[in-house]
Design a protein around this ligand. Structure first.
Ligand code: AHG
Ligand code: MN
Ligand code: MN
Length: 281
């Protein structure tokens, strides 16, 4: 898998340069989830695809920005699902954004995920790779240097509640209010990569993106966003759930499926599971 991580590092350097100089305007296309693609989304996707094409162990790829699976090498062992530029609408206001990668074997389902990685493009560029453990690297003089291993505490202090509040269920609203009542602080940028990176580095907390009245299955995409981060949070001693079960037990029927999701340290996730169980219809 080293070849894959080297390819991710290479693409991260190119995407960092693209973000610094690229055009932040919209294209005339929509992706499969109905978002208008920015020119930056398309260009980041092209960078990653061109680099992955030269990696012989990759059998096929699928991108948040493309409708279908793209076959690469018939004899390859790995399948990669990726979100080339998560939070791309934040580039024009100069907030942090990211790229997310899920590495699968056999087929694109949660139980076949064997590694995950993400890159944060912020004041610094950092790369987090989870195999059996979770390691963070930082781009220094054009090379990724190992910085530290990441582990969550049992309980944190941050609360990152996603989606439109007037579409939350009443029990979800109560849960979020209760968490704030207990002294948690609001930290939500609108980019899941920096928001989840912050919780990981500060030791814990809760990031939620629930099912809502307008989007009962949430917004975040299983293969490109939820499963890779679920893998990373579990390997960092935290949890990721859909409200009722592990996010990594959610079934995928279509590559662009979404799911409600909650990521955090053990205490906060156990609290989510309890509230959702009590309120399940
Ligand atoms: P993308 O830019 O790939 O479409 O994803 C954006 C996602 C995610 O990064 C973030 O957590 C979420 O959208 C924010 O959505 P809301 O503004 O609805 O909270
Ligand atoms: Mn995204
Ligand atoms: Mn994206």
């Amino acid at each position: 898998m080293t070849e894959i991580f080297d390819a991710i590092k290479k693409s991260a350097i190119d995407i960092k340069n693209l973000i610094e100089t690229g055009d932040t305007s919209k294209s005339s296309n929509e992706n499969s989830t109905g978002d208008t693609q920015l020119k930056l989304d398309i260009a980041s996707d092209e960078i990653i695809e061109a680099i992955f094409k030269n990696v012989s162990c990759i059998k096929a790829i699928v991108s948040e920005e493309q409708e279908k699976i793209v076959p690469l090498n018939e004899n390859g062992k790995y399948l990669i699902a990726y979100d080339p530029l998560d939070g791309s609408s934040l580039v024009d206001v100069n907030l942090s954004v990211g790229s997310i990668f899920g590495i699968y074997e056999k087929e694109f389902t949660a139980n076949n995920l064997v590694a995950a990685a993400y890159v944060v493009y912020g004041p610094r560029v950092e790369l987090v790779i989870a195999t059996e453990d979770v390691k963070m690297y930082r781009l220094i003089n054009n090379e990724f240097k190992f910085m530290q291993e990441l582990k969550l505490n049992e309980k944190g202090k941050l609360n990152a509640p996603g989606s439109t509040q007037n579409c939350w269920s009443s029990f979800h609203k109560q849960l979020i209010d209760d968490i704030f009542e207990d002294g948690y602080r609001l930290r939500y940028s609108g980019g899941m990569v920096p928001d989840l990176h912050q919780i990981l580095l500060k030791g814990g907390g809760l990031f939620s993106y629930p099912g809502t009245t307008d989007r009962p299955k949430g917004k975040l995409r299983q293969l490109f966003e939820v499963f890779p981060f679920a893998y990373i949070y579990e390997k960092a001693n935290g949890q990721a759930v859909d409200g009722f079960k592990r996010a990594l037990e959610v079934e995928t029927t279509h590559i662009h499926d979404t799911t409600p999701c909650f990521f955090g340290s053990n205490e906060e996730i156990n609290r989510v599971l309890k509230v959702y169980k009590e309120n399940a219809k």
